[in-house]
Design a protein around this ligand. Structure first.
Ligand code: G1P
Length: 289
């Protein structure tokens, strides 16, 4: 069985939900406490054994490339000032793994973004991580949990989470052949169904292990009403041809792609910090709202 070595990060989105913060800087660079959101997800991928990260970028995303590159002047300055801890932190970011950048020239959907990585991936299964979904785990990273299911089955695996019906229409939703406590077998998917049309309460979360067959399917899939190539349409065809499993990962997921979810993540990541977590907890408790 081929090892999962490469991961695709679609990061070309405009981030309109966070305007004006995202007018001139990418939403992926918004910090949770002191680290850009994208770095949390990159670290999850690396902790799961990924060796090469392929970012599908677009206009206005240069800050992401700079973040994962060397910062010569900053490194020099930190060296001169003997700030060795900060120096190591900065250098570690660029040394984490190999980064490849591919431009998505037009915003034609998630499926279109992933299709841009076809040549960079080649004939091997790969991971996809969506930066809006931040998953905290103090045990096995979420992507690693999906990789374990892939290693057991040799099939595509999608992260799924039970979501209240009232919120299900914001997600891709899976139709299952069977469901267990920690997994399910997927026989179909619907993108953002109306509450009463959802085939289950299991929503797709932004972590995927996909076989390379997906590229051929995405190339031929019918475009949606807005002319976009949806990943869900490709996945729906893939699961008709090959087995596909859902992984009910353990870990806490934040939908950091909307303001409330982002604030919740900020508070909880703040509370987890050793240096000031207790003080922050006391501050929040004492708030008289
Ligand atoms: C995308 C996918 C959707 C999935 C979601 C997870 O939607 O299209 O199937 O449930 O990510 O975050 P988006 O949030 O980009 O609209």
């Amino acid at each position: 069985m081929k090892k999962i070595r490469k991961a695709v990060f679609p990061v070309a989105g405009l981030g309109t939900r966070f305007l004006p913060a995202t007018k001139a800087s990418p939403k992926e660079m918004l910090p949770l406490v002191d680290k850009p959101m994208i770095q949390y997800v990159v670290e999850e991928a690396i902790a799961s054994g990924i060796e090469e990260i392929i970012l599908i970028t677009g206009r206005g995303k240069n800050a992401i490339e700079d973040h994962f590159d060397n910062a010569i002047e900053l490194e020099q300055l930190l060296k001169e000032k003997n700030k060795l801890e900060e120096l190591k932190m900065i250098k570690d970011i660029s040394d984490m793994c190999d980064f490849v950048y591919i431009r998505q020239k037009e915003p034609l959907g998630l499926g279109h973004a992933i299709l841009r990585a076809k040549n960079a991936i080649g004939p091997e299964p790969f991971a996809v991580l969506l930066g809006d979904d931040i998953i905290y785990s103090d045990g096995v990273p979420a992507l690693k949990q999906l990789i374990t299911v892939y290693e057991e089955t040799g099939s595509s695996v999608i992260a799924v989470e039970k979501i209240p019906r009232s919120k299900i229409s914001s997600y891709g939703v899976v139709d299952t052949e069977w469901e267990k406590d920690d997994s399910c077998k997927i026989r179909g998917l619907v993108e953002k169904p109306a509450e009463d049309k959802a085939p289950s309460e299991l929503a797709v979360i932004g972590r995927y292990i996909l076989t390379p067959k997906i590229f051929e399917l995405l190339e031929n899939v019918e475009r949606d009403k807005s002319g976009e190539i949806q990943l869900t349409a490709g996945l729906n065809e893939l699961c008709a041809l090959e087995d596909m499993y859902g992984c009910k990962f353990s870990g806490k997921r934040y939908d950091a792609g909307n303001k409330l979810g982002f604030l919740m993540a900020t508070v909880e990541y703040g509370l987890r910090r050793k240096e000031f977590g207790d003080e922050f907890r006391n501050y929040i408790k004492a708030l008289n709202l």
